[in-house]
Design a protein around this ligand. Structure first.
Ligand code: OSB
Ligand code: MG
Length: 369
């Protein structure tokens, strides 16, 4: 791949309903869609899976765009890129900023796959053709409202329910769900809302038979999580604190988690995602693909990645209609009895619909050699 041009499509998208986590509520967000154009005219797509605030991690859409324009794109425009596998190392001169890196790395995977008449899944070695889907539910005003949401989503066929929790909105909510649904695959995500001072409180979760608790402690921690995991029977899953293969290796070696949530953006792309997946497979650590309220482009990349065989736990890549009145890809990303069928097309497997894109577009910015 020799990148001739990168087009940054600046968009604003509005969620059909606010999504509340322990760190805040999201409604609208700016997203930068990254279109990489190869010298043969083939386009590949990625997206910044950021929001406008640095609350999940330190990146925002604006910082991702800045890093892309100032550092990442200039570096990539000047090079022949033999395989998307090498992009991660080419961008390692910039520390962190993994979401910015992933937005262009994933687009290069799309170009490369399309040029080779194949899908990203096939390039990665993914073999699963049906992706089981879970639903991540934001913090609700009352436990009763949460129970009704869970009922709706179970009726729709979702294979896992993830409930966002924080101090003051945890046991009461989860108990209410468990009472009504004693056997459903249920987990909780705290987005770093607790500390080791809450150990006795968190131990009460063990009675709920949860699949796991995701990122209970600090966003940058793997040491306290080890202490917590030793005290809990509920498996600890790490999200925020795993940015790389090395982070995953250290967390597993320490015993800080029994499950890892892989997010392409958080770890800087598909290559690093695949390496973490492979390590976890070797170590007996199941993985699942997390979500970042993506448009269809990010969602399509998640689906391609999830074809790898150690993605044994339903992920957060719910169908587009759960987020957007209208998504930007065609065909629409839909669910069939709790399953997303992996598309057969090349690259990301879906097409960006220019007409739909135009409805959320603010401006398109061309960057050439
Ligand atoms: O922690 O997994 C998270 C959404 C935005 C930021 C962080 C997280 C989430 C989710 C996924 O829970 C929601 C989704 O994409 O459906
Ligand atoms: Mg999470």
């Amino acid at each position: 791949v020799h990148i001739k041009e990168v087009i940054l499509h600046h968009t604003t998208v509005s969620l059909i309903a606010p999504f509340t986590t322990s760190f805040g509520t999201m409604v609208d967000k700016d997203v930068c869609l990254v279109e990489v154009v190869d010298e043969s005219g083939v386009s590949g797509w990625g997206e910044t899976v950021t929001s406008n605030e640095p609350y999940y991690n330190e990146e925002t859409t604006a910082t991702a765009v800045y890093i892309l324009k100032e550092f990442l794109i200039p570096r990539l425009l000047k090079q022949e890129i033999s395989h998307p596998n090498v992009v991660h190392d080419m961008l390692s001169f910039v520390r962190r900023n993994n979401i910015a890196k992933a937005s262009i790395e994933t687009a290069i995977w799309d170009v490369f796959a399309k040029k080779n008449d194949t899908s990203i899944a096939e390039l990665l070695g993914g073999t699963q053709t049906e992706i089981p889907v879970g639903k991540s539910i934001g913090i609700q005003d009352t436990p009763a409202l949460l129970v009704e949401k869970v009922r709706t989503f179970m009726d729709e066929g979702f294979k896992k329910i993830k409930v966002k929790i924080k101090p003051g909105a945890d046991l009461e909510y989860l108990n209410a769900v468990r009472e009504e649904f004693p056997d459903i695959p249920l987990m909780a995500d705290a987005n770093s809302a607790y500390t080791l001072n809450d150990i006795d409180h968190l131990k009460k979760l063990d009675a709920l038979n949860l699949m796991m608790i995701e990122q209970p402690l600090s966003h940058d921690d793997i040491v306290d999580h080890r202490i917590l995991q030793q005290e809990l029977t509920t498996p600890v899953c790490l999200d925020e604190s795993v940015h790389s293969l090395d982070d995953a290796r250290k967390a597993i070696e320490l015993g800080s988690c029994k499950v890892i949530n892989i997010k392409i953006g958080r770890v800087g792309g598909l290559y690093e995602s695949k390496r973490i997946h492979d390590l976890c497979l070797e170590k007996g650590i199941p993985v699942w693909c997390g979500g970042m309220l993506e448009t269809g482009i990010g969602r399509a990349h998640n689906i391609q990645l999830t074809t790898l065989k150690n993605f044994t736990i339903p992920g957060d890549t719910a169908p587009s209609a759960h987020y957007w009145k209208e998504d930007i890809v065609t065909p629409e990303i839909v669910m069939d009895h709790g399953i997303i069928h992996v598309p057969s097309g090349d690259g990301i497997g879906y097409e960006v619909d220019q007409e739909k894109l135009s409805k959320v577009l603010i401006s398109s910015e061309r960057i050439t050699e």
